[in-house]
Ligand binder design. Sequence first.
Ligand SMILES: Nc1ncnc2c1ncn2[C@@H]1O[C@H](COP(=O)(O)OP(=O)(O)O)[C@@H](O)[C@H]1O
Ligand SMILES: [Mg+2]
Length: 354
Amino acid sequence: MNKTRLAILFGGKSDEYSVSLHSAAAIIKNVPQDMFDVTLVGITRDGKWLHYEGTADRINDDTWHHEMLSPVILSMDNNFRGLIKLDEKGGTFEKIAIDCIFPVLHGKNGEDGTIQGLCQMTGIPFVGCGMTASAVSMDKEFTHAICERAGIRMAPYVRAARSGNLNVKKLYEESLEKLSLPMFIKPANNGSSLGISKIRNYNEFEKGIMEAFEYDDKVIIEKMIEGFEIGCAVVGNEELLIGEVDEIDTKNDFFDYVEKYSQHNSKIHCPARISDELKAEAKKTAEKTYRALGCKGLSRVDMFLAPDNTIYLNEINTIPGLTDLSRYPSMLKKIGIEYKDLIVKLVDLAMEGN
Ligand SMILES: Nc1ncnc2c1ncn2[C@@H]1O[C@H](COP(=O)(O)OP(=O)(O)O)[C@@H](O)[C@H]1O
Ligand SMILES: [Mg+2]
C-alpha cells in the first residue's frame, strides 16, 4: 500500500501560534509512520512558510525555526498538487507531491477560512471544514445568525463595528436594556478567550470594548449565561460520530486564556457530571450546530448549561486543541476512538470521495 503523503502545517500568523505548536507536536509524534509520509511546514508568527525536518520537541518548545530553513509555497496549479521548496541561494526548486494537507492551525489564518480557501484552490484534500463553514464558525456574529435561524438557542447579543463615531455610552445603554448585567464583550473573530471581558459596570464596558477592538474590527456583546460550560466533540462528514460531553469546572470568573492552558483553578470533567437526558440533549445540539454550519471533518461544539437545565450554544471550534490531552481527543477517547486512530480518521475523512 502506498503511503499517504501528508503535509502538516503548524504555527501560523495567529495569536494562537503557540497553541498550534503543541497540537502539531502531539500529532507528529502519533502519526503512524507506516501509513504516512509526513512533510512539515512551519509558519512563523510573521507568516513565513518554511520546510522543517527536525523533531517534534523543537516544535513544542518553539525552537524549530532556530536553524536555516528553506521557504516553501503551496502550488496553486492543480496539475501539480504539492509544495514547491525553494533553494534561494542556488536559485533552484524542488517539488514535493502531497496527497492531503492537515492544517494544525488555530484562530486567525488557521480556522477562519483563509487557509481553507487556499487549500481548496490547490485541489489537494485537506483535514477539516471548508472555507465557508470555517469562516462562518469563526465569526461569532455569523454563527449567531445561522444557528439561531436553525432554531438553536444562544445568548441574546448586540453587535458593534469599529467606527470613528461609535458612541460607547449609547452602545452601553442599548446593551444594558437588551442584555442586562453582567455581560460579555468579545471580538467577533478570535479564540482562546483573547480580548474577552466580563462586564459589570460602565467602566468595565468602556475598557472591554477597547480591548476587544484590539483583536477585531467587530465585537459582540452577549448576555452572561449563568451555570457552567459543557462541550461535545463531533467527527465526520455526512455520517457523524458524537463524542462524550465534557464539563468545565472553573473557580475563575470565566474560562480565560491563562486558565485554558494552565488550569490552575479549573478542572475538565469528562464525562460531564450531568444527567443522561441532558447529555443526550447536548449531543443533539452539537450535531444540529455542526450540520447548520455545514461543518466537515471535525469540530468541538461549546455550550452552556444554565441552572434551569436549558442548553445554550456558545460557539463552535472547527480546529479545536488537538494535543493528546486536549478536550476534543479526550471526548472521543471515551467513545473508543484512540488518539492515533483519530488522526488516521481525520485524514480518511478529508480524502473521502477523492
Ligand atoms: N455569554 C456568555 N456567558 C457566560 N460566559 C461566557 C459567555 N461568553 C463567553 N463566556 C466565557 O468566555 C469564554 C470565552 O468565550 P468564547 O465565546 O468561547 O470565545 P473564544 O473563541 O475566545 O473561546 C468562554 O469559555 C466562557 O468562559
Ligand atoms: Mg471558546
